[in-house]
Design a protein around this ligand. Structure first.
Ligand SMILES: *Cc1c(COP(=O)(O)O)cnc(C)c1O
Length: 382
């Protein structure tokens, strides 16, 4: 959160910005000083003073201030990508011989990063979204419980309050990847989590034109992450990208409202399709934690085809026109992807994913257009 130089933009309508209605972009790598003494004083407090943009920058700071406020966190630090946030957390909070407990389906690159960390004697276990499994899997050296909820493939939901309670009992730091929900639809820090992280690339940026990440939470932990993972890891969010994300934030409530309205229509539609074996979205789960912790539903949804052959999957996906084939999600345009590749059924099974799984990012086009596109694709495989 912003403590820096109150003269410079603590919000966009302050004196220093001449009343600018949108955030000024401080496109500068460094900040200069009138006296050498002032410079040396600032260097002692790089978390609070503008010295160098691989530290704090006013435009990035403004975004951090807003994200911390939205998520009800003490502090926020932004990064050049979601993975920058993830790797900075690991680099700052873990030592050799520590153990990490991963809860629920975890984003692929995060698990790959963990494979690298195993070379430095950091171990891990993966458990499902079932809270009973979490407590049973805690080791004497478990340092972090790292959850995703909802997950971003099968959209399973973890009981966050119970997970945080278990972790506190064992003196373990808790982290959640909150990208699916955004700070608008889920506030894990209020449920006892220590840190919440986001890929700002998805709904928060919201226009598929920027990559960024953020960590929000306890001040002592964010300070530590700033000093080690951020400043030394170097995953810097550029001031211009921070501006784009600030612009995205302004429309986040209206965009999420529309993503939600659209996805609910798509769920109703998919429920009528005989070719669909199962739909994966938190709206459909009977998990009592959902009413306690989720304030809304975003538009990331998966479904499983009854016919799990790669040919059918390919035929379905290639028949879509409005839904573009691609990674990522959370932007204007509807997207489709699948974890299935020709002949990777065994790997899918090991990752706990069924064959025939299709993931849609329901965008902001009209739901009639989205449904008619899906309808055409279903007609090619029936
Ligand atoms: C995209 C994503 C990330 C990584 O974010 P990048 O901005 O692509 O580095 C992390 N977690 C989840 C759940 C994501 O979807």
């Amino acid at each position: 959160m912003l403590q820096a130089d109150k003269k410079i933009c603590t919000d966009i309508d302050t004196e220093g910005c001449h009343g600018a209605a949108s955030a000024p972009i401080y496109q500068t790598s460094l900040f200069t000083f009138n006296t050498f003494r002032d410079f040396t004083e600032a260097q002692k407090k790089e978390r609070e003073r503008y010295v160098y943009t691989r530290g704090v920058n006013p435009t990035v700071n403004l975004l951090e201030y807003k994200l911390a406020a939205l998520e009800r966190g003490e502090q926020c630090k932004c990064f050049g990508s979601g993975m920058g946030a993830v790797s900075s957390i690991f680099l700052s909070l873990l030592n050799s011989n520590d153990h990490v407990l991963f809860v629920n389906n975890i984003y692929g690159p995060t698990t790959e990063l963990m494979e690298v960390l195993q070379n430095f004697n950091i171990s891990c276990d993966y458990v499902s979204h079932d809270v009973k499994e979490i407590e049973a899997s805690i080791q004497p050296n478990t340092k972090l419980i790292y959850a995703e909820s909802p997950g971003t493939m099968l959209m399973k939901v973890v009981d966050l309050k119970k997970t945080a309670e278990i972790a506190k009992k064992h003196n373990i730091t808790t982290v959640i990847d909150n990208t699916w929900s955004t700070p608008l639809f889920q506030k894990p820090l209020r449920l006892g989590f220590d840190l919440s992280l986001h890929s700002l690339t998805k709904y928060i940026g919201g226009h598929s034109d920027v990559i960024g990440g953020a960590v929000i939470g306890r001040a002592d932990l964010v300070d530590r992450i700033f000093k080690y993972g951020f400043q030394l890891g170097g995953s810097v969010l550029s001031p211009h990208d921070a501006f784009l994300i600030l612009r995205g934030l302004r429309t986040l409530p209206v965009r999420l409202g529309q993503h939600q309205a659209n996805v609910l229509k798509i769920i109703d539609y998919l429920q009528t399709k005989k070719a669909v074996k199962q739909i994966y979205h938190p709206k459909l789960w009977q998990n009592p934690a959902i009413a306690r912790q989720m304030l809304g539903y975003t538009g990331l949804i998966s479904f499983e085809l009854k016919d799990t052959s790669f040919e059918t999957l390919t035929k379905f996906i290639d028949s879509l026109v409005l839904f573009k084939i691609g990674v990522s999600w959370g932007g204007f345009e509807s997207l489709v992807t699948s974890p299935q590749k020709e002949g990777n059924e065994e790997q899918l099974k090991a990752a706990g994913l069924p064959s025939g799984l299709i993931r849609l990012s329901i965008g902001l086009e009209g739901d009639e257009l989205q449904i008619s596109d899906l309808e055409k694709a279903f007609s090619t495989i029936s």
